[in-house]
Design a protein around this ligand. Structure first.
Ligand SMILES: Nc1ncnc2c1ncn2[C@@H]1O[C@H](COP(=O)(O)OP(=O)(O)OP(=O)(O)O)[C@@H](O)[C@H]1O
Ligand SMILES: [Mg+2]
Length: 275
């Protein structure tokens, strides 16, 4: 091989990098579409209550209108913070991250969608040390898992999310359990294969069906030296568990808030969850 030629190994590396980039862009595109819908919903609320406040001059009606407007604007702020973080933090930096806070912030983005498909989301966080992760990428994994769960429950159902430490293994575990259709034993070994899908194209929200979701999840988790586990029973539901390495920190001060983990300036408070 002459000096000017690129080795085939290097070509493969470049193609893989391009593929990773394309996947990040696709995830971002999907997130933007979800967020635009969410945002529109919030704007409708604001406009309607502003009109109501103008129509009714009495103080209680105006107070009610302003309170609703304030709540909707607060939600709009959380939504933009979440998506801005995703767009800005393109890097792969892994920093000590509070996974529970990351879950709370990610759920803001799916609130309307879960409500639309009658999926009830519960979240339980046990006290856990920070995990050494790229918040952006773990958010992408979580959104993929939650979309799969929602798609497995066409008539609605429940999703239970849990963050808990596994001190024996030195990991923080993030579990997403649904009450969906479940995965037949003969299908289970193939679900992480790229392009494997049992879906007939995009769903009614225009999401997915190309079979790339779980392949991307596994790639991200393995790059974190973590593990992704699945358990499923047909007719009962499915649980995916991410086992992520604990960050060895000198103290809690080193923990990134979700805002930092997503590459955002710190603002706003924590969200308490139950959709
Ligand atoms: N929570 C779940 N419940 C039931 N089946 C699931 C669940 N998660 C994944 N699967 C099965 O695994 C297959 C592969 O999932 P994956 O996320 O990789 O692709 P997809 O959802 O079909 O398409 P994409 O993610 O590209 O939109 C799915 O088609 C489905 O059959
Ligand atoms: Mg999927």
């Amino acid at each position: 091989m002459s000096d000017g030629e690129i080795s085939s190994q290097r070509k493969i590396e470049l193609l893989e990098e391009e593929l990773r980039h394309a996947r990040r862009m696709a995830a971002l595109g999907e997130l933007v579409s979800t967020t635009t819908h969410e945002f529109n919903n919030v704007l409708t609320t604001i406009i309607n209550y502003a009109k109501l406040g103008l129509r009714h001059k009495d103080e209680p009606s105006r107070d009610k209108a302003l309170t609703k407007i304030l709540a909707a604007a607060g939600r709009a702020e959380k939504i933009t913070n979440s998506v801005l973080g995703f767009a800005r933090n393109r890097g792969h930096d892994r920093i000590p991250t509070d996974l529970a806070a990351l879950v709370e912030q990610s759920l803001v983005l799916l609130e309307r969608e879960m409500h639309k498909y009658r999926v009830q989301v519960e979240f339980h966080a046990e006290p856990a040390p920070p995990a050494l992760v790229c918040g952006n990428e773990i958010q992408q994994v979580l959104l993929n898992l939650l979309t799969n769960s929602r798609q497995a429950m066409p008539r609605g159902g429940r999703v239970f999310i849990r963050v808990a430490p596994d001190s024996g293994n030195g990991t923080v575990d993030l579990t997403v359990r649904d009450s969906g259709a479940g995965i037949p034993a003969e299908v289970l070994p193939r679900i992480f294969d790229r392009y494997f899908t049992t879906k007939n194209g995009p769903d009614s929200s225009g999401k997915g069906g190309t079979g790339v979701g779980l392949a991307a999840c596994r790639e991200i988790i393995e790059a974190h030296q973590g593990k992704i586990r699945v358990e499923s029973t047909v007719g009962v539901g499915t649980a995916f568990t991410l086992k992520l390495p604990v960050a060895k920190t000198s103290g809690p001060a080193a923990t990134a808030s979700p805002v930092q983990a997503l590459g955002l300036p710190a603002s706003g408070g924590r969200v308490v969850r139950s959709t």
